[in-house]
Design a protein around this ligand. Structure first.
Ligand code: SF4
Length: 525
C-alpha cells in the first residue's frame, strides 16, 4: 500500500532532469557573473541555466512571440509586473509569485502603488529548496491550501527569473483543484522583454484554458447576459470610457463592443471567445491573438483614433464581419464630422518626441499629428507587429521616424537631437528632458491613462499637452537655477569645491582593467 498521503498524483510524473550545469546556483558562483549574481542583468546566464533545466520550449516560444531588439534585458520595470497586474485586476483570481524575495518585494510594492486591492501570495525559497525540488512541492501545497471554490475561480502561479532558470515545473501543477482553475506561467525577465508582453503571457494562458473549457462543453454565460448583437472583442487595457465610445461607433453597423481583454473576471473570457471580430487595439498580444485565431475569429489591428484612424478601423471591422459598404459608410458618417470638429477645436502646436512601453505609442502619435503637432520621432519598447503596421505606415507617410523595440538610448538620443517643445516618454527620458530644460510628460500616467478613441479621444490630449508646452519658460528658469547640480563630481550639496583626485581615479581604473583581463583569461582556460 502507498504510505505517503498526497494531494494528487503530480509527484508521480516523470520530472525532466536538468543537466548539473542547469543548477542556477552555479550562475551566482560564476566568477564572471555580475555582482548582483542573479539579478535582471544576468539574462544570458540565466537563460543558459533555464535551457539546461528543461525550459527551452517556453523560451523558444518567447523568442518567436517577442523578438528581442537592441536590448536583451529589461530597461523598464520588471516585466512580470504586467502579468501580475492582469491577474490582480481580476475578480475571484488569486495570484502567487515564486521568485527572489527582492523581486517579489519590488513587484508587490509597485502593485499596491498602482492601487491593487488584493493580496499577492508568495512562496519563498532558499538555495536548498530550489535545487532539491522542494520549492515545487511548496508551491503545490500552497495552491492546494488556497483552492477554495467559494473564494476563487482561478489561481495564477508565476515563476519569476530564478525559479524559471532552475526549471521549477509549473506545468506539473494540477489543472484544477476543487473546481478552481490553476494557471502556471513563467515570466522571466530574460525571456519576456517588456511588461506589456508579460500581460500577453497571462492573458494568452487564460484564454487557452477557457478555450479548452468551451470545447469541452457548456460554460457560464456573462454576468450581464449575452449581447443581442455580434460583438467586437477589444484587446488591450484602455480608459474605461473608450469601450463605450467604441460601442457607439459600432452600433450603425449592427455590432456591439465586446469584452475588453485582459478582462475583469473569468467568464468574460468565454464571452470574448464568442465574439465576431477581435480588435487588436494594442499590438503586442501575440499569444492571445493565436488563441482567438484557433477559435476561428478574424483579427483587425490599429484602433479608432483621430479622423483617419477611425475611418480605417470602422472599415476594417465592418469588412471583417461582412457588413455592407453602405452600413460602413453610415457608421463613418455618424462619427467622423464630430471627430474632425473636436480636433479642430483643440489644436496642439509644437514639436513632440514620444516614447513608451505601453504599446499604444503609435496610436497616441497619430492623434497628436491630427491635432496639429509635429512628431518627428516615436519609439516603442514593443516589437514590430502586424497589428500596428497600418499605424506605422500612416506615421511614416507623415515623415515620422518609428522605432520598434526602441532602447532607452534611442529615445534619449532622439530627444536630445530634436530638442522638442515637449518630450513624452518613460521616467528616465522625462528626467533627461527636464535636465535639458525641455518640458516632459510621463507617458504611462499622464498620456496612456486618457480616452483616446473616437470623439472623446480627439480632444482629450490637448489640454495637458498645451499646458506642458507652455511651461518652457519655467523649465528654463529651473535649468538656470540648478545648472550643474547633480552631475558627476558636483552631485550633492558641498560647502566648498569637491576635492578631486584624478590620479586616484586613474589608479583605480587600472585595477579594474586588470581584474577584467584576469577574468577573461580565466574564462578562456
Ligand atoms: S524577476 Fe524581475 S526584478 Fe527579478 S531578476 Fe527577473 S526581471 Fe529582475
Amino acid at each position: 500500500m502507498k504510505q505517503e498521503v498526497t494531494y494528487d498524483d503530480a509527484a508521480e510524473v516523470e520530472v525532466i532532469k536538468g543537466h548539473p550545469h542547469g543548477d542556477v546556483t552555479r550562475v551566482a558562483q560564476d566568477p564572471g557573473a555580475p555582482a548582483d549574481g542573479m539579478g535582471c542583468h544576468s539574462g544570458a546566464k540565466l537563460e543558459e541555466a533555464a535551457r539546461l533545466a528543461g525550459k527551452s520550449e517556453v523560451l523558444d516560444k518567447f523568442k518567436a512571440d517577442y523578438p528581442m531588439g537592441p536590448h536583451d534585458k529589461p530597461q523598464s520595470m520588471c516585466p512580470a509586473f504586467g502579468s501580475l497586474r492582469v491577474g490582480l485586476r481580476m475578480k475571484r483570481v488569486a495570484t502567487v509569485l515564486s521568485g527572489s524575495a527582492c523581486c517579489v518585494y519590488g513587484l508587490t510594492f509597485v502593485s499596491h502603488f498602482y492601487g491593487a486591492r488584493r493580496s499577492v501570495g508568495y512562496v519563498p525559497f532558499n538555495s536548498e529548496t530550489l535545487v532539491t525540488g522542494k520549492l515545487f512541492e511548496d508551491i503545490r501545497e500552497s495552491v492546494h491550501e488556497l483552492a477554495d471554490p467559494d473564494r476563487y475561480d482561478a489561481i495564477v502561479v508565476t515563476n519569476l527569473c530564478v525559479p524559471t532558470a532552475s526549471g521549477v515545473p509549473l506545468r506539473l501543477l494540477p489543472k484544477e483543484i476543487n473546481g478552481v482553475r490553476i494557471v502556471g506561467i513563467d515570466v522571466p525577465g530574460f525571456g519576456v522583454p517588456t511588461h506589456a508582453e508579460a500581460k500577453d503571457v497571462l492573458a494568452g494562458a487564460m484564454l487557452n484554458y477557457a478555450r479548452a473549457e468551451v470545447e469541452a462543453g457548456p460554460v457560464a454565460a456573462p454576468v450581464g447576459g449575452k449581447s443581442t448583437r455580434p460583438t467586437v472583442a477589444l484587446l488591450g487595457e484602455m480608459f474605461p470610457a473608450d469601450p463605450m465610445m467604441i460601442g457607439q461607433m459600432l452600433a450603425p453597423m449592427g455590432l456591439a463592443a465586446g469584452p475588453v481583454l485582459p478582462c475583469r473576471e473569468w467568464r468574460e473570457l468565454y464571452a470574448a471567445l464568442d465574439c465576431s471580430v477581435v480588435g487588436a487595439i494594442h499590438p503586442f498580444y501575440v499569444d492571445t491573438v493565436r488563441e482567438f485565431k484557433a477559435a476561428g475569429r478574424p483579427v483587425v489591428g490599429s484602433a479608432p483614433v483621430g479622423h483617419d484612424g477611425t475611418a480605417a478601423w470602422l472599415k476594417a471591422i465592418g469588412e471583417a464581419h461582412g457588413v455592407s459598404a453602405k452600413e460602413i459608410a453610415a457608421a463613418q458618417n455618424a462619427v467622423l464630422p464630430a471627430i474632425r470638429g473636436a480636433l479642430a477645436a483643440t489644436p496642439i502646436k509644437g514639436t513632440i518626441t514620444l516614447s513608451g512601453y505601453e504599446g499604444s505609442e503609435l496610436l497616441v502619435a497619430r492623434l497628436l499629428i491630427e491635432s496639429g503637432a509635429e512628431v518627428p520621432y516615436v519609439g516603442t519598447a514593443c516589437a514590430k507587429s502586424a497589428w500596428s503596421a497600418d499605424d506605422a505606415a500612416w506615421l511614416e507617410a507623415k515623415g515620422v521616424k518609428v522605432t520598434y523595440r526602441a532602447s532607452l538610448e534611442d529615445d534619449c538620443a532622439a530627444m536630445e537631437a530634436i530638442q522638442p517643445d515637449l518630450a513624452i516618454g518613460t521616467t528616465p527620458v522625462v528626467q533627461k528632458a527636464k535636465e535639458l530644460g525641455v518640458p516632459g510628460l510621463y507617458f504611462t500616467n499622464l498620456i496612456s491613462a486618457r480616452p483616446l478613441m473616437g470623439v472623446a479621444g480627439a480632444g482629450s490630449l490637448a489640454e495637458v499637452i498645451n499646458a506642458a508646452i507652455a511651461n518652457k519658460g519655467r523649465m528654463d528658469r529651473m535649468k538656470a537655477f540648478f545648472e550643474d547640480v547633480g552631475h558627476a563630481d558636483t552631485a550633492g550639496v558641498w560647502e566648498g569645491a569637491p576635492n578631486l583626485r584624478p590620479d586616484f581615479r586613474a589608479q583605480h581604473q587600472k585595477k579594474l582593467d586588470k581584474q577584467k583581463r584576469a577574468a577573461e583569461a580565466a574564462r578562456m582556460i
